[in-house]
Design a protein around this ligand. Structure first.
Ligand SMILES: CC(=O)SCCNC(=O)CCNC(=O)[C@H](O)C(C)(C)COP(=O)(O)OP(=O)(O)OC[C@H]1O[C@@H](n2cnc3c(N)ncnc32)[C@H](O)[C@@H]1OP(=O)(O)O
Ligand SMILES: CC(C)C(=O)C(=O)O
Ligand SMILES: [Mg+2]
Length: 560
């Protein structure tokens, strides 16, 4: 890299726009959307879509709700020409959808474009030519007058060819290519000349599309340029003002949103931002940004993963894991403090509440995503995330101090294995740590003895059979007395929690008991169909975890 990049690169000149209004504007309704996936997206693919892929993407775009779809560049190739014919001849264009096709301002290519459109009920003919100074000089070798003449003569040809097919409802669209790099006064001059030729009316508008063919400036400068055009263009009332941002600086979405605030009516872009170089505007991003503000985008992304799969198949390009709203990881928190806040916010949330969820700008379920991936546990996670997963996936509601105890165990495993632990891993670890499978109760007899309760129980702990006898003021107290007698250790219950797991005939109880065993304070946990047995199992679990010798039943009998 250069130590002084100014030797090679020029700063973009700001726009002198007095009293710009866009900074105070608020977007309260969706723009008109036009998908250019099948044209700008397609022309940027390593392998352009085959007809089957094009058709699949077209029908997905229709299902999403796009009413304007640029379906190709029919004069570029036989494949694009045939695709347009297939749509028209197959009657595959829904009545509320208008197809759009792109052509350069070149006579043979415009004529070929009209051939492709024969018999179409409605169409947008989109013509472009270079207007930027560098392109005028280097590509076309024309001065400003020459460019205006080029644009107007081809606009005229389009009007004339369309007039020959009154059975079609035509809309004309013009793009000064590299609007983002063209002097504003000159963009206006060309556009005004084109609209003078087309003579649109408020009832039959034309579309003027302002592309940031290459993104050169901060998005506020693009917004100034759009507002300038919005204010200065002739026949504005007869124009649908469209923008077509690309994403070279990574600010395509910002540019599109600020352009809407600056007076644009329509956005062109691609699903998940496919397109030339860094891509076209990501329409999904803007649409869901609107949705997150309570504005209906008029596009349906309820099954966003299905759409992503289709787009990946058609484009043969992956959508990255961090991609806004759709990437695999975009609703996932790994870090402890985020998980803690999400868990608490879910617990505090009531049906019908406005969505106010830390770290989740929209509800993943609205896009067909489950909450499963919201929290994932790795070495950056804390107790909140672990507890969330066990609760969401296995119904265990761990008391806070048990969460802290178990998360230390999880951390040890994580440090050892250095990998992410899923809900099933956590459940397996919980099961192992709290001996859920390794504590069993056989016959348990409880009987009242005056005001006391007497218990006699057969149990198996870590493969050892036990016979337990004790008396206390309730089943738990009596069982604690039995454990005390059995182990000779001081056993004391410090805290007790239980809840049901599941509902109906399959319901079980989970019990968590914080206990002192000798000098140790720790938790035991038990799950059983019977609530008392769940508690007794929790006591045995704690005892086993404490490592206090549990005597087998045979040895016990001998000792007796
Ligand atoms: C910003 C955008 O996305 S614009 C859309 C871009 N998309 C595409 O280009 C995809 C489809 N394109 C194609 O298939 C081809 O480029 C075609 C069929 C359009 C044209 O192919 P070719 O005729 O072989 O020309 P090629 O693309 O190589 O070069 C363009 C030529 O047209 C000239 N040209 C460009 N615009 C115009 C114009 N409006 N009028 C006259 N000539 C023009 C260029 O100067 C160049 O001329 P040269 O060959 O004498 O130097
Ligand atoms: C043809 C035009 C609209 C284009 O794709 C661009 O300038 O990016
Ligand atoms: Mg483009």
């Amino acid at each position: 890299m250069l130590s002084d990049p100014a030797q090679k690169y020029r700063a973009f000149a700001p726009v002198r726009l007095a009293e710009r209004t866009w900074p105070d504007a608020v977007i309260t309704r969706a723009p008109l959307w036009c998908s250019v996936d099948l044209r700008d997206g397609n022309q940027a693919l390593i392998e352009p879509m085959d007809p089957a892929r094009k058709m699949r993407l077209f029908s997905t775009l229709v299902d999403i709700g796009f009413k304007e779809i640029e379906v190709g560049f029919p004069s570029a190739s036989q494949a694009d020409f045939d695709f347009v014919r297939q749509l028209i001849e197959g009657g595959l264009i829904p009545d509320d959808v208008t197809i759009q096709v792109l052509t350069p301002a070149r006579e043979p290519l415009i004529r070929r474009t009209f051939e492709a459109l024969q018999g179409v009920p409605r169409a947008i003919v989109h013509v472009y030519n270079a207007t930027a100074p560098m392109m005028r000089r280097v590509v076309l070798g024309l001065d400003e007058d020459g460019i205006v003449e080029l644009a107007v003569s081809h606009a005229r040809l389009i009007r004339e060819l369309a007039a020959g097919h009154p059975e079609t409802q035509w809309t004309f669209q013009y793009s000064p290519e590299m609007f983002s790099g063209t002097e504003l006064e000159f963009s206006k001059r060309v556009v005004d000349a084109v609209t003078a030729e087309w003579a649109p009316t408020a009832e039959r508008k034309c579309i003027i599309n302002l592309p940031s063919t290459v993104e050169h400036s901060t998005p506020n400068v693009f917004a100034d340029m759009v507002e300038w055009m919005h204010r200065h263009l002739q026949r504005r009332e007869a124009i649908v003002l469209s923008v077509h941002p690309h994403n070279d600086r990574g600010t395509g979405t910002a540019a599109a949103e600020l352009a809407l605030m600056a007076g644009a009516d329509r956005l062109e872009g691609c699903l998940f931002g496919n397109g030339e170089r860094t891509g076209n505007l990501d329409i999904v991003n803007v649409a869901l940004n609107l949705y997150s503000q309570g504005v209906s985008p008029g596009l349906d992304f309820s099954e966003i993963d299905d759409i992503r799969r289709t787009v990946e198949h058609c484009n043969q390009l992956p959508v990255p894991a961090r991609h806004p709203y759709v990437g695999d990881l975009v609703y996932t928190s790994f870090s402890g403090s985020h998980q803690d806040a999400i868990k608490k916010a879910f617990a505090a949330r009531k049906e019908g509440d406005v969505w106010e969820m830390p770290y989740l700008p929209i509800d993943p379920q609205d896009l067909g995503r489950s909450y499963e991936a919201v929290i994932r546990v790795n070495s950056q996670s804390g107790k909140g995330g672990i507890a969330y997963l066990l609760e969401k996936e296995y119904g265990l509601v761990l008391p806070r101090r048990l969460q802290m105890e178990f998360s230390r165990r999880v951390q040890q495993v994580m440090d050892l294995e250095g990998r992410e632990l899923g809900a099933a891993d956590l459940w397996a670890l919980f099961d192992r740590e709290y001996r859920l499978e390794r504590v069993a109760l056989g016959a348990v007899r409880l009987e009242e003895a005056g005001s006391a309760m007497r218990v006699q129980a057969q149990a198996t702990v870590e493969g050892q059979a036990l016979l337990l006898h004790g008396e206390g003021n309730g089943p738990v107290d009596a069982f604690v007395a039995a454990l005390r007698a059995h182990t000779g250790a001081e056993v004391q219950v410090l805290d007790y929690h239980e809840h049901s797991l599941g509902a109906g005939a399959q319901a079980r109880a989970a019990a968590y008991i914080e206990m002192r065993v000798g000098a140790q304070v720790l938790f035991g946990a038990g799950v059983d169909a019977n609530i008392v047995n769940a508690s007794l199992k929790a006591l045995l679990s704690g005892l086993a975890r404490a490592g206090t010798g549990v005597m087998p039943a045979a040895a016990q009998e001998q000792a007796a």
